[in-house]
Design a binder for this molecule. Structure first.
Ligand code: ATP
Ligand code: MG
Length: 354
């Protein structure tokens, strides 16, 4: 039987709860489709940081670089600043393995209350391709004192041709595959260097994809339209900062953070991709057994799609089962979706459907 090595980092808080829930479901589906997951579990995260001063060991990347894929639950802790969790684990993996695509699909499932349902936005099905390695988060800049009265902080964005071209290309390829259209998010009216460069590259790449309809929207207008007419978005390509903001909007208009999966991807290199739900460690509900496991289960479906020779049938099976469960009024739901079910109830109902 085909076996895939998965590096599993359950992480912190509900990360560990949703990871074990997801693994149970993923095993069920894998078995049905004649393959198996061989897991190596790593106890990296804020507990380790609080005890040993580092989120992961120095040779962390070496230990997981030959895995077929990486599955991450969530990292975060109320007493550990976000920049520690980011710089101590997430960014080293994303950057170390050059995972330049942050792919976040958002779909409004039948049976889900969106804050926008009933306001003409009932058919949301979009996917954001966010640049994941450079841009506004490259942290180029610094702070300087020019005397007491004029302290200065400079925060530059770093946009390389290679970095911009490859994310834009991937988004065009996705739009081609979906037979859809593309929205590029920009701010070239106010950022005359980076965003004009971005727009130029979008235009150049567009010439290679004549069948894909493409439009550019300023980020302020795009944010408004994501709320006002989300149905008009299909594939969205955005820089690191603009993608960060628009993916949060897209996640909330489709009902709950507990439903949003994501992947950090580079299909061109030999390093593993990393899949993680969009939500964090949710300290407010940890230990109660009520975390919604569906985001991490759909994250597993994305992971299946990106395994070597793509386990698309297994992924479809998962998406369909989740869709059927959400559409069924009598099925168990966790409190974030208005129900009173536990994580385990959702998992066992889903396993039955599978
Ligand atoms: P972190 O610092 O780890 O990012 P956070 O509190 O900033 O944590 P999230 O963990 O994403 O951010 O939580 C935001 C809100 O959404 C919380 O109220 C949390 O309980 C809720 N939430 C997030 N994920 C889930 C989930 N899977 N199931 C139910 N509720 C969730
Ligand atoms: Mg957070």
């Amino acid at each position: 039987m085909e076996t895939y090595d998965i590096a599993v980092i359950p992480g912190d808080g509900i990360g560990t709860e949703v990871t074990s829930a997801a693994m149970e479901v993923l095993d069920t589906v894998a078995e049905k489709h004649d393959f198996a997951l061989e897991r190596s579990t790593y106890d990296w995260g804020t507990e380790r940081y609080l005890e040993e001063g580092a989120m992961m060991p120095d040779d962390g990347l070496d230990r997981i670089e030959s895995a077929d894929s990486i599955f991450l639950g969530a990292v975060g802790h109320p007493e550990v600043p976000d920049h520690v969790t980011l710089n101590g684990l997430l960014l080293p993996i994303r950057k170390g393995f050059d995972q330049y695509i942050c792919k976040r699909p958002n779909k409004l499932f039948e049976g889900i209350e969106s804050p926008l349902r009933g306001y003409g936005a009932d058919d949301i099905d979009l996917v954001v391709y966010r640049e994941n390695t450079e841009g506004e988060y490259a942290n180029v800049g610094g702070r300087e004192h020019h005397g007491f009265s004029n302290e200065v902080a400079v925060q530059s964005g770093l946009f390389t041709r290679k970095g911009t071209e490859r994310i834009v290309c991937s988004a065009f390829e996705a739009a081609t595959e979906r037979e859809g259209h593309l929205t590029s998010i920009t701010k070239s009216n106010a950022q005359a260097h980076s965003m004009v460069f971005w727009d130029d590259i979008v235009e150049e790449v567009a010439a290679d994809f004549p069948e894909v309809e493409v439009r550019s929207l300023l980020v302020d207008r795009a944010s408004m339209d994501l709320v006002r007419r989300p149905e008009e978005f299909d594939v969205v390509v955005a820089s690191n900062l603009f993608g960060d903001i628009s993916t949060d909007i897209a996640a909330i208009i489709t009902g709950s953070l507990g439903l949003a999966p994501s992947g950090n991807i580079n299909e061109e290199n030999d390093y593993p991709d990393m899949f993680e739900p969009v939500h964090g460690s949710a300290p407010d509900i940890v230990g109660e057994g009520i975390a919604n496991p569906l985001a991490s289960i759909l994250t597993g479906a994305m992971m299946f799609e990106y395994l070597d020779d793509g386990k698309d049938a297994a992924a479809d099976d998962l998406w369909n089962a989740v869709e059927a469960q959400l559409a069924d009024e009598s099925a168990p739901r966790t409190p974030d979706l208005g129900g009173d079910a536990k994580t385990v109830d959702v998992v066992s109902d889903l396993s039955d459907r599978l």
